[in-house]
Design a binder for this molecule. Structure first.
Ligand code: DQA
Length: 151
């Protein structure tokens, strides 16, 4: 069974209460329920990880080299700042989909640049909870088209 690792970055544990006008009313538990349903329906093994700490996210990505076939990540604020997370994704060479609840290109200018996008297979941004759904389906698609990890 193929495995997808989903990583939620900093402050995403606060979804539901955090700036609902930007991120909607969905909670992280709600997002995770959706992902679990999708994984079950598609016969995918799912691991979900949330951390507010850059180093923990870097370590998790590094460890996933052994354990995951694809990665779906919302790096949250680290999208715009983290060379370390970008380098971890580039190092493990696991097909990666970057997701954002909000449309980062329609927001403040500092959010327009993603350091992660160049090392991801693609990005889904702006569809709320559905960004995760679309991103997860995209990751499944990558597993089908690239059954082996990128060299
Ligand atoms: C976010 C967008 C980021 O700019 C922001 O820092 C977040 C959430 C999103 O899902 O829309 O924390 O990644």
């Amino acid at each position: 069974m193929k495995k997808i690792l989903v990583i939620h970055g900093p402050n995403l544990n606060l979804l539901g209460q955090r700036e609902p006008e930007v991120y909607g009313r969905v909670t992280l538990a709600g997002v995770d329920r959706l992902l679990k349903k999708l994984a079950q329906a598609h016969g995918i093994s799912l691991e979900i990880f949330q951390s507010d700490h850059e180093g923990e996210i870097v370590s998790k990505i590094g460890a996933s080299r052994q354990s995951a076939d694809a990665l779906v990540i919302n790096p949250a604020a680290y999208t715009h700042t983290s060379v370390a997370i970008r380098d971890a994704i580039a190092a493990v060479k696991i097909p990666t989909v970057e997701v954002h609840l909000s449309n980062i290109y329609a927001r403040e200018e500092f959010r327009h640049r993603s350091l992660i996008a160049p090392v991801a297979s693609g990005q889904v941004s702006g569809f709320g909870e559905a960004s995760y759904e679309l991103g997860f389906l995209a990751a499944i698609g990558l597993l089908r088209s690239k059954p082996r990890r990128k060299k």
